[in-house]
Design a protein around this ligand. Structure first.
Ligand code: ADP
Length: 437
């Protein structure tokens, strides 16, 4: 098409040039005739360039009238402009639809750049977080959502999706669940959902469990007292019955204690009292308690890196470690070995309990930290377990930013590994405490 029009243009120019040259020869001034012809051609080109410039500059709708190759150039540009305009309108329509769609979202949605500055947000973000446009565009999100825990959380999120809970900056009674999604290396989507109702329901459930457990304690203590005094006067027939009653009451007391402990841990998102914890001294005490439970039936070994302490909530850490050690004793048959270790590794501070016990089927491992999850009810019945021990461990570890790794082989034994962040490391400057049993 283009080739054909230039060919036509070339032929036309050649014909005009031939006429000019012939006319020049005939008049006796061939050179002057050629110069006049070239001048006229240049003037025509210049005239069309000026018209093109004016047309493009004024963004006029219709192209200027012209002849020959210029008419085709004007038409091509006009077609291109029309196509661009249609594309632009389509893009604007998509953006308008996307905006009205995201504005209909009940969740506050923010787009953050690589420096965590806001580049866009929807209507829900205005109502839920009080953001204003355009004032808040370009602001660091941590300047507008002022929560120290959020400020700690937001920079450490990698490519993975993860969630966090916080109060709304407009109303401290409104609870928000925050999810950060990295969809491009330089952009993240922050979604904040109002979960006040779920949060309140969860609180009611926790309060209910805590209150019931607390209220049951007093009648249980009275029952204990009566069983004790009755056992003093028991004969051969009533003795075993009263002993069973006492065992069941102990079991119930252990359950109430664990439920209260769990609801206390759940109501605290962080250890409220981080202190210097001498882990080696703690392990020596736990070992004594373990020896008592074992009654000499197990070999118990403790290896503790001397002087390696940790910042944390001493009571909670002790409760978690005790649960793991007691489990190892309970689920390891007589003659087995329980190894307890505390050391520093490249990826963190490690507390590890390994045993040569009955082990755990592979399919049960991911569910062990669920409340009341037991591997076969007959196992725990013999040990007096409540099914809450590992839930407590998980909560304590979460509150300390630690992870729990469980490895086990059925019939071979288990290893429970707690990895605490290296930032919690503490030099205790003590005489070496190390023991092997
Ligand atoms: P429980 O109070 O019943 O021991 P836990 O939450 O402490 O509850 O443990 C959950 C389940 O995990 C237990 O029922 C037990 O079957 C299993 N388990 C925990 N620790 C061990 C272990 N060291 N060896 C084998 N099984 C274990």
């Amino acid at each position: 098409m283009i080739g054909r029009s230039w060919k036509r243009h070339g032929l036309r120019m050649a014909a005009v040039a031939a006429i000019v040259v012939v006319a020049g020869w005939a008049s006796g001034y061939p050179l002057t005739a050629l110069l006049v012809g070239l001048g006229a051609y240049a003037a025509w080109q210049l005239y069309n360039v000026v018209r093109l410039h004016r047309w493009l500059d004024n963004d006029l709708a219709a192209p200027p009238e012209s002849h020959g190759v210029w008419s085709e150039i004007f038409e091509s540009i006009h077609r291109l402009q029309k196509r661009n305009r249609e594309q632009l309108e389509q893009n604007e329509r998509i953006i308008r639809e996307f905006r009205s769609m995201t504005n209909a979202f009940p969740d506050a949605t923010l787009v953050l750049d690589e420096h965590d500055c806001i580049t866009w947000f929807n209507d829900a973000a205005r109502h839920l977080l009080g953001l204003r446009s355009p004032e808040d565009i370009g602001q660091a999100v941590t300047n507008l959502l002022r929560d120290p825990e959020f400020a700690d959380w937001i920079p450490v999120q990698g490519q993975v999706e993860s969630a966090f809970e916080m109060a709304s900056p407009l109303d401290s009674n409104t609870r928000l669940s925050v999810t950060a999604i990295s969809h491009r290396p330089d952009q993240r989507l922050l979604i904040l959902r109002d979960i006040t109702d779920i949060h309140n329901l969860e609180q009611v459930r926790r309060d209910f469990v805590a209150n019931v457990s607390h209220e049951l304690r007093t009648p249980l203590t009275v029952l204990f007292g009566y069983i004790e005094s009755l056992r003093d006067q028991a004969d051969e027939e009533t003795g075993p019955v009263l002993q069973r009653m006492q065992e069941q009451a102990w079991q119930m007391q252990a359950l109430l204690n664990d439920l209260l402990e769990l609801s206390r841990l759940q109501s605290e998102s962080r250890p409220d009292s981080d202190t210097e914890v001498n882990i080696c001294a703690m392990l020596m005490q736990l070992r004594e308690q373990a020896e008592e439970i074992s009654q000499g039936n197990h070999e118990i070994e403790v290896r503790c890196a001397s002087g390696l302490g940790m910042m944390g909530n001493e009571k909670d850490i002790e409760s978690a470690f005790r649960n793991l050690i007691n489990n190892a004793i309970h689920y390891t048959p007589e003659g087995g070995v329980v190894r307890i270790a505390w050391r520093e590794e490249d990826d963190g501070l490690v507390f590890e309990v390994t045993d040569t016990g009955i082990g755990i089927p592979r399919r049960d491992i991911p569910r062990l930290t669920e409340r009341f999850y037991r591997v076969g009810s007959d196992r725990s019945r013999h040990t007096g377990g409540t099914g809450l021990g590992l839930s407590i461990v998980k909560h304590v570890l979460n509150a300390h930013g630690a992870r729990l790794h469980i490895e086990s082989e059925l019939g071979e034994g288990s290893a429970f590994r707690c990895v605490f962040p290296l930032e919690r490391r503490l030099n205790m400057d003590l005489s070496p405490v190390q023991a092997a049993g």
